[in-house]
Design a protein around this ligand. Structure first.
Ligand SMILES: Nc1ncnc2c1ncn2[C@@H]1O[C@H](COP(=O)(O)OP(=O)(O)OP(=O)(O)O)[C@@H](O)[C@H]1O
Length: 235
């Protein structure tokens, strides 16, 4: 186990959907710690509960039981408003679908989280542009999403996730749509740009081409964590 400080503490998380006869328990009391300064992967078969767990960690889905502390804040004891604010300030999301706004340029798209947090548009776009520069696509900053390749759109989405310098970055299948080389490049970028001191990155992935790039792998099966280590378990 590494000596890096604990960034996220997950305490006995139970999640149920539905009620009565239709009640399904999807997470069965999960305890785990995610450390800062590490790329932590969450791996498991379809339906094992990965998206449900990261949604709870990211403060977008309330657990049925249990709690989550993110950088010292017990997020489910916050008021709704404080939770929204905490999420905006602290968390960056990268989804498999890029969800770029088609009518905004790349730089404007990258600046969206800053506008959401109250910054003026021109300053937000400038910072969006700076982040695109870090990701080596400054020359695409004034284009609309439809004028960009898939890999370029992916980098705009990454810029958007990182522009407000969130301490926690949550990625759902960030490399699934990419060829092997671009996938590794995205992981290098995440390590370089997102993973500075006091920050944490959680990546949900099925992509065994990038398993060797993890600092830590948590394997989920049927709503439980069944493996926690630097490498995938032997089969
Ligand atoms: N809103 C919901 N209502 C009822 N069941 C749900 C709901 N959301 C998820 N589930 C169920 O919870 C289980 C876990 O789903 P989840 O999306 O977390 O899995 P996953 O590991 O992320 O899967 P995938 O890799 O396919 O995205 C599944 O059986 C799913 O059908």
């Amino acid at each position: 186990m590494s000596d890096n400080p604990v960034a996220i503490e997950i305490r006995h998380i139970v999640k149920e959907f539905g009620s009565g006869d239709r009640l399904v328990r999807v997470l069965h009391g999960i305890d785990a710690e995610i450390r800062s300064g590490e790329l932590t992967y969450l791996v498991g078969e379809s339906g094992s509960g990965k998206t449900t767990l990261i949604s709870i960690i990211a403060g977008i889905l309330f657990p049925t039981e249990g709690g989550v502390t993110v950088f010292g804040k017990d997020i489910y004891s916050l008021s709704d408003n404080d939770l929204v604010r905490f999420r905006l300030d602290t968390i960056g999301f990268i989804f498999q679908q890029y969800n770029l706004i088609p009518t905004l340029t790349a730089a404007e798209n990258a600046g969206v989280p800053l506008v959401a947090a109250g910054m003026g548009r021109s300053e937000a776009t400038k910072r969006g542009r700076d982040m695109l520069e870090k990701l080596n696509i400054a020359d695409q900053a004034d284009k609309l999403p439809k004028q960009l390749s898939g890999g370029q759109q992916q980098r705009v989405a990454i810029a958007r996730a990182l522009v407000h310098e969130p301490r926690l970055v949550v990625c759902d299948e960030p490399t699934a749509a990419l060829d092997a080389k671009s996938g590794r490049r995205v992981m290098d970028l995440l390590r370089e740009v997102a993973l500075v001191q006091d920050r944490a990155v959680i990546i949900v992935t099925h992509d065994n081409r990038i398993f060797d790039l993890a600092d830590r792998i948590l394997v989920m099966e049927d709503g439980r964590i069944t493996h926690d280590g630097k490498e995938m378990p032997d089969h």
